[in-house]
Design a protein around this ligand. Structure first.
Ligand code: NAD
Ligand code: UGA
Length: 463
């Protein structure tokens, strides 16, 4: 009888959980075990309240959980049983030591590799799914071969390109799957083995195979190019505000050029998320390391513009509220770094809230999915500030506020009862639309002073 292929994933986070759930759903005859030492997270994956919010995720987890999808804290057991081991652990920016603030902290990747080396008995394929600096596969290989009795390892690079909020869609129908392997017979066989899993639901022409270093670097470069488009349009948003051009019209006009394309040209309060900033800083660090300071500075400027855009947004609020927000209530609608996720990592909302609190404002935050505890932790850390309040609805946040600021593009914000909100706000009542999602002309008609991103201010009552 043909034995079941067993795969294991180290790390039950935003990538490990959804990716493995999709493989389990599409390949009922593969046994998939996701392991993580974080017992609370594993318990949530085994419950009806998954640790992350992603549209459609619960349905695919429920379909396979207990059949061929398992979540466990038994890391060693998972490693021992599996033929293919995915490494989906975090790779945050280093906080101290050489490269602090820029280089990737590879401690979790290294400890995963050491654990695999200590436990593995037979031949294993190790798949780097975490985003890592170029040449990490070499380091993993060295650790594995130096510490293991069996020594039969192949290391593949298989970076993940899913975006949060659309993870299930992206996994179901990716633009491409990228697999890099060693240019040896064993490497090619391992690449083919992994490709054959994806081939169960992804057309062959979308499964790209490359050498290891191209695959590792392509992930960093993809994120850098995406973030660069946002910083580019955000830089232009400032020019639009100064000149009377409209950033949405400019974005639309340039995006019609098929060489530019329409996606990722939406001006905003600034990009957030766990990866863009960290991956660009990591890319810049690598360039520096390899003696390319000009290339490094070029990419770093993408992050600088993003930081500037976040502060610029808060400064505009202060300026338009007559240069003082001390004691004024400001409603912050949306805290997640984008809609349809409860993830707040690097969200622009943190910077905006901190800037407004520093100005003495009373900041009232409402987000449909982010928990109060996370908002407080992100903005205040271990500190406290009575001026930070959390509301249970947009209307509650806006009541008594001098201004509303939209920081996340949640659909529910597009159709709020604005006339009612206006009634309950001191006048003049302002709206700062950090996502350009609201009906600006209608809001002016109600009487709001409206300040979108990348559009000159128009007087209320003028459409
Ligand atoms: P995460 O922090 O949500 O999850 C990582 C998990 O790994 C944690 O639960 C942690 O407990 C666990 N872990 C740490 N060491 C472990 C070990 N030795 N064994 C088993 N588990 C261990 O991180 P994430 O957002 O899923 O990101 C993981 C990687 O994927 C990062 O490199 C990130 O850059 C990359 N990535 C993330 C996204 C995204 O949308 N979040 C998309 C593409 C790529
Ligand atoms: C991003 C990439 O899109 C994924 O391909 C990649 O796998 C992932 O990073 C990763 O490596 O972690 P994600 O950060 O989840 O995915 O979400 P995006 O949709 O890329 O949005 C990132 C940020 O940019 C959000 O704050 C979003 O609001 C902002 N954004 C996006 C804009 O401000 N304007 C746009 O036009 C698009």
């Amino acid at each position: 009888m043909k034995s079941t292929l067993k795969i294991c994933c180290l790390g039950a986070g935003y990538v490990g959980g959804p990716t493995m759930a999709m493989i389990a759903a599409k390949c009922p005859n593969i046994q998939v075990t996701v392991v993580d030492p974080n017992a609370a997270r594993i318990a949530e994956w085994n419950s009806d309240e998954l640790p992350i919010y992603e549209p459609g995720l619960y349905e695919i987890v429920r379909e396979s959980r207990g059949r061929n999808l398992f979540f466990s804290t038994d890391v060693d057991g998972g490693i021992r049983d599996a033929e293919i081991i995915f490494v989906c652990v975090g790779t945050p920016t280093k906080k101290q030591g050489i490269g602090a603030g820029r280089a990737a902290d590879l401690r979790y990747v290294e400890s995963a590799a050491r654990r695999i080396a200590a436990i593995a008995e037979g031949p294993k394929i190790i798949v780097e799914k975490s985003t890592i600096p170029v040449k990490t596969a070499e380091a993993i290989m060295t650790i594995l071969r130096a510490n293991s009795k069996s020594g039969q390892f192949q290391v593949l690079s298989n970076p993940e390109f899913l975006a949060e909020g659309t993870a299930v869609e992206d996994l179901l129908c990716p633009d491409r799957v990228l697999i890099g392997g060693e240019e040896t017979e064993g490497g090619a066989a391992a690449v083919q083995k992994l490709a054959s899993i994806y081939a169960r639901w992804i057309p062959a022409e979308r499964i790209l195979t490359t050498n290891l270093w191209s695959s590792e670097l392509s992930k960093l470069v993809a994120n850098a190019f995406l973030a660069q488009r946002i910083s580019s349009i955000n830089s232009i948003s400032a020019l639009c505000e100064a000149t009377g051009a409209d950033v949405d019209e400019v974005g639309n006009a340039i995006g019609k050029d098929s060489r530019i394309g329409p996606k990722f040209l939406k001006a905003s309060v600034g990009f957030g998320g766990s990866c863009f900033q960290k991956d660009i800083l990591n890319l810049a660090y690598l360039c520096q390391h390899f003696g390319l300071p000009e290339v490094s500075a070029y990419w770093e400027s993408v992050v600088k513009i993003n930081d500037w855009q976040k502060h610029r947004f808060a400064e505009r609020i202060v300026r338009e509220l007559f240069n003082t927000v001390t004691g004024k209530r400001i409603a912050i609608l949306g805290f997640a770094f984008k809609k349809d996720t409860n993830d707040t990592r690097e969200t622009a909302a943190v910077s905006v809230c901190q800037d407004l609190l520093a100005e003495g404002a009373e900041v009232v935050v409402y987000d449909p999915k982010v928990r109060e505890h996370d908002i407080r932790q992100d903005v205040l850390g271990k500190g406290a500030n009575d001026n930070l309040l959390i509301a249970g609805s947009a209307a509650e946040a806006a009541a008594g506020a001098h201004a509303i600021a939209i920081l996340t593009e949640w659909d529910e914000f597009k159709s709020l009862p604005f006339a009612q909100l206006f009634e309950n706000m001191p006048k003049p009542a302002c709206i700062f639309d950090g996502r350009n999602i609201l009906p600006h002309a209608d809001l002016r008609e109600i009487g709001f002073r409206v300040f979108p991103i990348g559009k000159a201010h128009k007087i209320s009552g003028h459409k």
